[in-house]
Design a protein around this ligand. Sequence first.
Ligand code: ZN
Length: 276
Amino acid sequence: MGFFGCHLSSSGGNLKMVETALSIDANTFAFFTRNPRGSHAKTEDPKDAMAACSLMRDSGFGPLVAHGSYTMNLCTADSDARIFAAGVLQDDLRRMALLPGNYYNFHPGSHVGQGVERGIGQIVDALRAALTHKYPVTVLLETMAGKGSEIGGDFSQLRAILDGVGSDDLGVCLDTCHVWDAGYDIVQDLDGVIHEFDRVIGLSRLKALHLNDSKNPSSSKKDRHACLGDGFLGLETFRNIVKHPKLKGIPMILETPNELPGYQREISILRKLEAE
Ligand SMILES: [Zn+2]
């Protein structure tokens, strides 16, 4: 049985998220480690985290895929802001140590005119500094749509970050809307895209998927998520994904424009597609 889940609000704490996930038949989930559009983080509660871990273990959960804040840009041109972002990354990983064995995913960053090479160098520097602490979490770089000056719209850019950091504690989260918007045709040629991912990045680095339909055609570089079946990807593409032998066992997280009942509906769709 696949690991399916969605983004949940972290406002009630970790145990509450696990209980909410169970109530909608999810067996993984994502949450923002802090305000997604700011930097505020809640105070830590080790007892709550332990209770959450124990309930996840008893319920057969797959790894969680926490999400860093959208405002954390490791390759912003302003050096003070860049140092601040690198500090946020380290603080997030330190906090994630309360949920050992799980994943922390983030958007690599936008170079804002500095150029791809320089941006990648700054992301590498921040990751190298953060990963020296050896927290028990795997950090994931998200594949991006390539909107504006975003880094990560091309698999080769993620490869360059992995090479620069040179750590095994680094993986990749593939977002279906983003790769489609970036020009990888997962509708007509999912096998070809998986093969290309394997060739450039290596499938052993693929640790999580974000399942989102896209409001835009391929190569649009827009990054606007749609509900499953309501966009250019269509349910057939998600059937191919959840049934693909090379994607088995990888946690798949919905970031579709839904509240809880919509997520529950989409998780049941995914489970049906998987069983077909
Ligand atoms: Zn995503």
